[in-house]
Design a protein around this ligand. Structure first.
Ligand code: AGP
Length: 602
């Protein structure tokens, strides 16, 4: 997710920008850039990859005296992560940085191109700077030109513009993407979140949607659709880690809440009205492919297991799933008609990476589904689909799992389209369900509060069974893994229909059963399995849109018309349950004992 910083004042500007961008690294990015105007001279630097590359490039540059400066980390949406696409974008005499998506950029671009404006990048952002300079031909002041430009923009933006036409000024505007202004005497800062300005500014103003304005030395003017507005500053927190958590108690909690938003990013440009499209690879990747093998570990293995149902059901393609550490030593029989898919949040998991290398040695084509660009697994694969979850800090994976499941669902539909195994009306149903997913992931206060209250009843006992059927079986595995990772309580995931073949022997009132009971998939079968447990006095927590009279506790989810929408809503419930139980037990849920975020050893 892109990051923005800005500064006006007398201090050395390059270090302020680079340090600020470093604080925003956790958002994820693939290129970075800065622009500075000092003594009427415009300077800019851009680099792809890590900030360190930009640091190296700017090593011999320092900026002294009064000036204005803007910096940006870009997380590619429109156009690949190249230096040309990196921000700031230059017009003839102005620079722009932007976070968000300009939905009507094509329309604006067409108008400007017709007037002879040349575009050099593939980004939506570039239209802002050209639009500004175009308006500035006729406007009375640069601010009027900026105001007219902002009025044309549709979509999401937090944007800063600097221009030689007003060399002591930063113009700013915000709609649906976060941005704040920090104050320290006459020095003014801008940033996407608190952390870049902590320790620098002592007061802050969080911009509201629709606000725009300009900052000059010691003076900030703020406007909205009704005219000029007063800036009500507030004191700034001083703890950086607290600031990065945006007010949540834990990164894991923040990441659970982020799922709705990041899911839209995962789908952007890929889920179209007509079906699924992936820019990342050519459809020839699937030439001669008759089966899929997916290798992964832990949570990533669970998303893969859920996908195996979708690949067979939607794409009508044979799909086997393997735990990477098992696969490596089983002397697997591999044929080049199989596409080898790896799923990994970090892209560095040793077992998954080695499994991929083995498959490549056997001549298989490979595709990775990963959250970290340029990671070892991505580099090793023939093609990669990035999950776009943004950096995940909680060791217990949440949003990475959600976005993996979404990418795999999209991929199953993509292959179904390619192989003509899914009729047009079914494609429409799947697309519609995908577009409903962000809504299903919104955490409502009422739900969180209910889970918080319920959690106190689940701190003892001799264990948990999470049960589900079909795609809800991998979700049960994931729910159990989440709980054991952070609560240290014993939990197992089981296919509900399998309980009677042994595990039901454990059933008693001290055995907690978390039953995933979606209405859109095998509800009656699932109900019978839960009844069998209830008859043996197990304590049942049912998660379902349908009230279930035998349940000891009940969390009601919404009625949906697609199992995957129910899948995502129930996923949030299991994540919050694990979180709340663990918090009550006094555990550090972000750094659970014995676990590491990236498992680079065998
Ligand atoms: C998830 O909560 C875990 N911490 C763990 O199971 C993880 O999913 C596993 O180690 C695989 O990691 P990867 O996705 O980075 O490959």
């Amino acid at each position: 997710m892109c990051g923005i910083v800005g500064y006006i004042g007398h201090k050395e500007k390059k270090e302020i920008l680079l340090d600020g961008l470093q604080e925003l690294e956790y958002r994820g990015y693939d290129s970075a850039g800065i622009a500075i105007i000092e003594d009427g001279t415009l300077k800019h630097f851009k680099e792809i990859g890590k900030l360190e590359n930009l640091r190296q490039k700017t090593k011999s540059y320092t900026s002294n005296g009064f000036g204005v400066a803007i910096g940006h980390t870009r997380w590619a949406t429109h156009g690949k992560p190249t230096e040309l696409n990196a921000h700031p974008h230059l017009g003839e005499y102005s620079f722009i940085i932007h976070n968000g998506i300009i939905e009507n950029y094509q329309e604006i671009k067409n108008e400007l191109t017709a007037e002879g404006v040349q575009f050099v990048s593939q980004t939506d952002t570039e239209v802002i700077v050209h639009s500004f300079e175009n308006e500035n031909h006729t406007a009375k002041t640069p601010f009027e030109a900026f105001t007219n430009t902002v009025k044309k923009l549709e979509g999401a933006y937090a944007t800063l513009l600097v221009t030689k036409a007003a060399p002591n000024t930063i113009f700013f505007a915000k709609s649906r993407s976060p941005m704040l202004i920090g104050f320290d005497g006459d020095d003014v800062y801008f940033a996407s979140s608190d952390s870049p300005v902590i320790g620098k500014a002592n007061e802050v103003y969080y911009l509201e949607d629709g606000e725009y304005g300009y900052a000059k030395s010691g003076e900030v003017k703020l406007f909205d659709a009704n005219g000029e507005r007063k800036i009500s500053k507030q004191a700034l927190a001083t703890d950086k880690v607290l600031a990065q958590k945006d007010g949540y108690r834990f990164f894991m909690e923040k990441e659970i809440y982020e799922q709705s938003r990041v899911m839209s990013e995962t789908m952007m440009g890929r889920v179209l009205d007509s079906g699924i499209d992936f820019d990342e690879f050519d459809k020839s990747l699937f030439d001669g492919i008759y089966a899929i093998k997916i290798c992964a570990c832990g949570t990533s293995y669970h998303s893969a297991l859920a996908a195996s149902y979708l690949f067979e059901r939607i794409a009508k393609m044979r799909c086997d799933i393997e735990i990477a550490s098992e696969f490596r030593y089983k002397e697997p029989f591999l044929t080049d008609k199989t596409l080898f898919i790896t799923v990994s949040q970090s892209g560095e998991t040793a077992d998954t990476l080695e499994a991929l290398k083995m498959a490549k040695r056997a001549g298989l084509k490979s595709l990775s589904i990963c959250n970290v660009d340029n990671s070892s697994i991505v580099r090793e694969s023939d093609a990669a689909i990035l999950t776009r979850a943004g950096i995940e800090k909680g060791v217990a994976s949440t949003k990475a799992f959600a976005t993996q499941a979404m990418v795999l669902w999209m991929l199953s539909l993509y292959i179904g389209q390619l192989r003509n195994t899914i009729p047009k009306d079914k494609i429409e149903i799947e697309i519609d369900a995908m577009l409903h997913t962000p809504k299903a992931l919104v955490v409502e206060d009422k739900l969180h509060e209910r889970i918080h209250r319920l959690s106190k009843r689940y701190l003892h006992g001799h264990g948990f069974f999470f049960i589900g059927r079909d795609i809800f079986y991998p979700l049960a595995l994931e729910g159990a893994l989440k709980l054991k990772e952070i609560s240290y309580l014993h939990a197992e995931g089981y296919p509900a229909g399998e309980m009677k073949h042994g595990p039901i022997a454990l059933a008693d009132s001290e055995l907690f059963t978390i039953a995933l009971m979606p209405k859109t998939l095998l509800y009656d079968k699932m109900k019978s399995n839960v009844e069998e447990l209830s008859a043996r006095d197990a304590t049942i927590l049912a998660i379902s849109p349908e009230t279930f009279e035998l349940a000891d506790d009940f969390i009601q989810t919404k009625h949906a018309n697609h199992p995957m929408v129910e899948f995502f809503e129930m996923m949030v419930v299991t994540q919050l349950l694990a979180l709340e139980i663990s918090v009550r037990l006094g555990n550090d849920v972000d750094m659970p004992r014995n676990l590491a975020k990236s498992v680079t050893v065998e």
